[in-house]
Write a protein that binds this ligand. Structure first.
Ligand SMILES: CC(C)(COP(=O)(O)OP(=O)(O)OC[C@H]1O[C@@H](n2cnc3c(N)ncnc32)[C@H](O)[C@@H]1OP(=O)(O)O)[C@@H](O)C(=O)NCCC(=O)NCCS
Length: 251
């Protein structure tokens, strides 16, 4: 199947984030040396230490771009210099802005894969995002057997073989976006809730084991960051206005 890539537009100069809107920024992690340098200068001491701990230069520079772009983007909404921003982390590692800098209002989540980061932002609602490259050589059925729910496994197995890799990664991103929105990461057993995954079926959290109310509390949306990648964003509440922006590295 050839995916249609929706436009990832440059944002307007007078960018605003209204209540009920979701903004997702696509960031290329391959930036020029001078951009990398500028972004690095905005990082906190602990972020620089984390960057230094990467074994390979590529991992180091991708972390710097991802975190630096996050700071640059958040600072644009908050009108605060990006190097001043401070993050808190929940017990599972999910970063958020400190309360004094709008952490209770402006919520975000980040995912990176294959040279692209997605940064999802909203107000007053928990949010999670996940991006994955579609690897056609991946042992999808084997991994699904261990991590997907019985319903998801039966849908995956019912598909023609050539559609299984995309459906697998679509399912994976929807599941990860949900657990990242909740903020508890992989401590939530992946096989204890169902998401949609069949081609053409809208993204949805269908059912959460032992918690019949939970599925209706969340909306899931599909994103197409590039023809060979899939992504999803999960947000508490109704599916509202989604805007996709391309980060140009210019601020
Ligand atoms: C969150 C998690 C699912 C991310 O998985 P992934 O697919 O490898 O990575 P992604 O690229 O999609 O996301 C990474 C980003 O998610 C964010 N993140 C980290 N922990 C998170 C969490 N619990 N919930 C939501 N987002 C989280 C961070 O911004 C991170 O980016 P950074 O490392 O550049 O800061 C996985 O790392 C996880 O389960 N972590 C929880 C670990 C835990 O339970 N720790 C307990 C303390 S030991």
């Amino acid at each position: 199947m050839i995916a249609v890539v929706p436009p990832w537009n440059s944002p307007p100069l007078d960018l605003t984030l209204d209540l009920g809107e979701i903004h997702v920024w696509r960031v290329s992690l391959a930036q020029t040396e001078s951009c990398l340098q500028s972004l690095q200068e905005t990082l906190s001491t602990d972020e620089r230490t984390k960057a230094e701990a990467f074994h390979f230069p590529k991992g180091r520079s991708q972390f710097i771009v991802s975190r630096g772009a996050l700071r640059a983007i958040l600072s644009r909404y908050l009108n605060i210099n990006s190097h001043i921003l401070r993050f808190d982390y929940n017990p599972y590692g999910k970063p958020s802005l400190i309360a004094a800098q709008g952490g209770n209002t402006l919520r975000f989540n980040v995912s990176h894969s294959g040279g692209i980061a997605l940064i999802a932002i909203t107000k007053n609602r928990d949010i999670g995002v996940d991006i994955e490259g579609i690897n056609t050589n991946f042992p999808c059925l084997e991994i699904a057997k261990n991590f997907f729910s019985p319903l998801e496994n039966s849908v995956l197995l019912s598909l023609p073989e050539h559609l299984q890799p995309r459906a697998f990664f679509t399912c994976w991103t929807r599941k990860e976006a949900y657990i990242k929105a909740v903020g508890k990461g992989l401590s939530i057993p992946l096989n204890q809730f169902d998401v949609s995954l069949a081609p053409g079926e809208p993204a949805a959290l269908l059912n959460v084991e032992d918690n019949p109310e939970e599925a209706s509390r969340w909306s899931l949306m599909e994103l197409i960051p590039s023809p060979d990648m899939v992504a999803a964003v999960a947000v508490a509440g109704d599916c509202s206005k989604l805007y996709c922006w391309q980060w140009t590295g210019e601020f």
